[in-house]
Design a protein around this ligand. Sequence first.
Ligand SMILES: NC(=O)c1ccc[n+]([C@@H]2O[C@H](COP(=O)([O-])OP(=O)(O)OC[C@H]3O[C@@H](n4cnc5c(N)ncnc54)[C@H](OP(=O)(O)O)[C@@H]3O)[C@@H](O)[C@H]2O)c1
Length: 269
Amino acid sequence: MSFKQKYGPWAVIAGASEGTGREFARQIAAEGVNCILIARREAPLQELATELRGTGVECITASIDLAAPDAFTHIAQAVGEREIGLYVSNAGSDPNGSFFLDKNIEAWVDLVNRNVITSLRCCHHFGRAMRTRGRGGIILVGSGACYGSGPNLATYSGVKAFDLCFAEGLWAELEPHGVDVLNLVMTTTDTPALRTLLAEKGLPAPPNLASPTAVAKAGLDRLPFGPVHNFWLKDDEIGNVPSSAAQRRDRVKMIAQASKSVFGGKKEA
Ligand SMILES: NC(=O)c1ccc[n+]([C@@H]2O[C@H](COP(=O)([O-])OP(=O)(O)OC[C@H]3O[C@@H](n4cnc5c(N)ncnc54)[C@H](OP(=O)(O)O)[C@@H]3O)[C@@H](O)[C@H]2O)c1
């Protein structure tokens, strides 16, 4: 199956107006897959849509705040009856960079709504249709913060850890149905959102930032080899994480076997 056959005819990219999301959209469109671009700012979405249409694909935009409680309703309306073969949950950085108690609680609730609730609803909605069709892909853009937390990272690490475990479980459930799931664990990457946060804190950009183009390429290349890809490491490399992607995959398979004694065999919906 070609990329387009497996992940087309339409992709939803949530958080597509800049950085890695924009690069995902460009690379997905280059494979001939039509794109639905979502972010809050309409102008950069329109600009990108014009660029992508120039490459021969169809493209629509939807200005939606993914942290809003009704975000999924608006996403479903924008998508309509289009067949979604690929869902990329990219929007997910923490614009606060702060101790938990030093921000209003609503800042953290927004983070959870955007990264967990809206993404969860999209995975359920698009994932069900993918499972029925027996093909498709879901990419959750993650972070090394998923492996452990520290000061300024409490909520962010929490939602990224959710992504990691959620992607692993979903991968185990959908892999037999021909649907790929990947948690793309990113390292520090040169995105406008990172530059804005650093500028607000008066900090210089750290050296060796990953490029959004390389990160998006790795995500699409590794999508068939989920559930986890650590961007800066090979599949069997442990590096500075608790276990390699290969070890995590093996662990999910081990849990799948072990859980049969509790849940029984595979249960179809
Ligand atoms: N950059 C890094 O160093 C780094 C490191 C590790 C992991 N990551 C992960 O990589 C992903 C992308 O990160 P990023 O640095 O590019 O920043 P980001 O803020 O997560 O992503 C930027 C994109 O998301 C959109 N977005 C943000 N909040 C939104 C909301 N509430 N509703 C709708 N769209 C929203 C932005 O567009 P609008 O502003 O137009 O809404 C923009 O298109 C995230 O999941 C992040 O956790 C990044």
